[in-house]
Design a binder for this molecule. Structure first.
Ligand code: 6GU
Length: 232
């Protein structure tokens, strides 16, 4: 999987992606990350990339030209015309099936807006997918892009070392994950559920399934209802 990120804050992306599982996936070549500073593509002699909105209003709007030139350079380099994801609270809300769909692509471009947004005309020209990460407002698209890249990367074969983990967790079967415990057996008077110490694998499997169902019903009744309907 190759990610291109178009942003005015390239360090934020590089720093956010160079640690832990994703950092290792990049180091081992399962994921490629190419970060492009939109400012490098301005033709303005003062390197300006934003301007006042026509019609008035607060804040600045990112200009179309630098974004488009950056996009053209990426397509030339990639030798293809990849999907372009624009991060915006106006987009479709990101979820596991969207991550699964995007993980099938060879290359993805993420366009991170900042300030009051990006000139609509360049969005119309290049964007294929408008995506939000939830109903709240952030200062820019960089964190949402990193959220998406993380969720997609862990679906790429080789990125997780335990081949099982991408399958059995929350959402893959529509339920939340069951609780986990490690040593010691007793922590501040709280003991590990006895069944987990029994070595009886079938009983453990049943207990975990029941825990998943119980906590989904309690904390995410919306998911629980969907799971129940799908199961029947
Ligand atoms: Cl994708 N961008 C911004 N700026 N805010 C958001 C978002 C995206 N998703 C939720 N809030």
């Amino acid at each position: 999987m190759k990610y291109y990120v178009m942003t005015l804050f390239p360090d934020m992306i590089r720093q956010g992606m160079n640690t832990s599982v994703i950092g290792r996936a990049i180091a081992n070549g399962y994921i490629e990350l190419a970060v492009r500073n939109i400012r490098d593509y301005t033709l303005d002699k003062h390197l300006k990339v934003d301007d006042y909105p026509y019609g008035g209003g607060a804040g600045l709007v990112m200009e179309a030209e630098p974004v488009y030139r950056c996009y053209e350079a990426i397509c030339s380099e990639a030798g293809e015309v990849p999907r372009v994801i624009y991060l915006t609270p106006q987009g479709e809300v990101f979820c596991q099936p969207v991550a699964e769909n995007l993980s099938g692509e060879e290359t993805l471009i993420f366009l991170c807006g900042h300030y009051e947004g990006v000139d609509e005309r360049v969005l119309e020209e290049i964007v294929t997918d408008y995506v939000s990460i939830g109903d709240y407002v952030l200062t820019g698209g960089e964190l949402p892009a990193m959220v998406m890249m993380d969720a997609i990367a862990r679906l790429v074969p080789g990125v997780l070392n335990n081949g099982e983990s991408a399958e059995t967790e929350s959402f893959s079967d529509g339920l939340l994950e069951y609780p986990q415990y490690t040593r010691p057996v007793k922590f501040r008077g709280r003991e590990v559920p006895e069944i987990l110490l029994s070595g009886h694998h079938e009983n453990i499997r049943k207990w975990r399934q029941e825990q998943s169902e119980r906590r989904t019903a309690k904390w995410r009744p919306d998911l629980y209802e969907r799971w129940r309907l799908r199961r029947s």
